[in-house]
Ligand binder design. Structure first.
Ligand SMILES: CC(=O)N[C@H]1[C@@H](OP(=O)(O)OP(=O)(O)OC[C@H]2O[C@@H](n3ccc(=O)[nH]c3=O)[C@H](O)[C@@H]2O)O[C@H](CO)[C@@H](O)[C@@H]1O
Ligand SMILES: C=C(OP(=O)(O)O)C(=O)O
Length: 421
């Protein structure tokens, strides 16, 4: 297993290219299943999750080629198994997003139930409720869920909560249903909008993505297309915090600032300077960080995927910050590890009270999930001495060669292969 070693204290300066978004790429890879011919994606991030999705697609009968430019040909799926097996779903929950396109296009899908995950229970009841409303029959057995329908029929679906994956899954199924579907209380995340753009290019008729009501008029068939993937707002936000906490100056090339208002607002509140420039977003760290309070919310609120990283910033501010997590019930797994490095954080339910200003000292720490890993990298950047992060396979799910890219802007960070777990 790999480990990452950081010698803290370097100020980050220079330009960093923001790569394609993991959370856009994964549902788009699934959307390729809907096309009559091959789809090509550009600016695809080289991430283990993207590879896992490719593996799943190949298992379904797709031909998949390339990586940064990725071609997916779904022609062979017609005769394939239409199944997402446990071994893949357990490593990547986004696997369940093949259900909608398989059901919409082929009338059947069998997907392993994802079960819990490090950050929470994460049920898929809303996905299934949506499919059922479209006329699918649902059956659970042997840890798998089967969804089946001859031809889906458009319906009005009001989600109990704004679910990103649920909205995407049902949107894909509905794009090939007979008649009109209206999704109410739909998720408004940019990655939902991105999926609607891609489905639209493929020939789907979708209006309202980006608002909480999405209308989909089903069509009989969809085409393969060519599309460049949206840059990653979470990667950009993580690097922005790296600049802010190291007193650095980073220009984040192609950062999707228009989708980052809530994160930029908190960075500015903490005293960082954020400037939208023609090439991207420039972030300059202040001499001293101010405390911040935040509550995670569905988009356009503060994203839960930035909560752990922003907590590192809060620990370094002079004064008390309060962070409330409302999306996932167990997303404070990074707190004990940050405390081992020197943070003063008290958690009560879904509220973390952070007393600054931490003086981090390097140690061995364990990554527990993707964004927890990113927050440990950030803490390592400012810790005195050496920080060793283990289980970095979590990090590789969502950040492409983070150590190489941070090294280019001045960080003293290296990856070692084959470390103990
Ligand atoms: C691959 C991907 O895009 N992942 C993102 C996606 O995850 P994902 O799509 O899994 O997250 P959801 O938006 O569905 O989850 C939001 C909340 O709704 C709950 N819920 C969801 C569906 C359901 O059927 N029932 C239910 O109770 C979840 O447990 C969670 O508490 O959005 C999350 C929230 O922005 C992000 O943190 C993830 O990075
Ligand atoms: C929670 C995340 O991803 P996933 O939904 O794929 O687990 C994330 O990207 O932070």
């Amino acid at each position: 297993m790999d480990k990452i070693v950081i010698h803290g204290g370097a100020r980050l300066q220079g330009e960093l290219q923001v790569l394609g978004a993991k959370n856009a790429a994964l549902p788009l890879q699934c959307a390729a299943l809907l096309g009559d011919g091959p789809t090509t994606f550009r600016h695809v991030p080289r991430l283990s999750d993207v590879q896992t999705m490719n593996q799943l697609l190949v298992g379904l009968g797709c031909a998949v080629e390339g990586d940064r430019t990725l071609m997916i040909d779904p022609t062979g799926v017609q005769d394939g198994p239409k199944e997402a097996p446990y071994e893949l779903v357990k490593t990547m929950r986004a696997s369940v997003t093949v259900m909608g396109p398989l059901l919409g296009r082929h009338g059947f899908a069998r997907v392993s139930l994802p079960g819990g995950c490090a950050i929470g229970a994460r049920p898929i009841d809303q996905h299934l409720r949506g499919f059922e409303a479209l006329g699918a029959k649902i059956r659970m057995s042997h840890g798998y869920v089967e969804v089946k329908a001859k031809r889906l029929k458009g319906a009005r679906i009001n989600f109990d909560m704004a679910t990103v994956g649920g909205t995407q899954n049902v949107m894909m199924a509905a794009s090939m249903a007979k008649g009109t579907t209206v999704l109410e209380n739909a998720a408004r995340e940019p990655e939902v909008q991105e999926l609607a753009i891609v489905l639209g290019k493929m020939g789907a008729k979708i209006a309202g993505a980006g608002s909480s009501t999405i209308e989909i008029e089903g069509v009989d068939n969809l085409q393969g297309i060519d599309h460049a993937i949206l840059p990653d707002r979470i990667e950009a936000g993580t690097f922005a915090i790296a600049a802010a906490i190291t007193g650095g100056d980073l220009l984040l090339l192609d950062a999707p600032s228009a989708h980052m208002h809530a994160v930029i607002a908190k960075l500015e509140e903490a005293g960082a300077e954020c400037r939208v420039e023609p090439g991207g977003l420039r972030v300059i760290g202040p001499d001293e960080l101010a405390p911040i309070d935040l509550v995670t919310r569905p988009h356009p609120g503060f994203p839960t995927d930035m909560q752990a990283q922003m907590m590192v910033l809060a620990t370094l501010a002079r004064g008390q910050s309060v962070i409330t997590e409302t999306i996932f019930e167990n997303r404070f797994m990074h707190v004990p590890e940050l405390c081992r490095l020197g943070a003063d954080i008290h958690v009560n339910g879904n509220v973390a009270v952070i007393r600054g200003k931490a003086r981090y000292t390097g140690s061995i720490v364990m990554a527990t999930d993707l964004r927890a890993s990113a927050c440990l990298v950030l803490a390592g950047l400012v810790a005195e001495g050496k920080t060793e992060i283990r289980r970095v396979y979590h990090l590789d799910r969502g950040y492409e060669t983070i150590e190489k890219r941070l090294r280019k802007v001045g960080a003293k960070i290296r990856r070692y292969h084959g470390a103990p777990s």
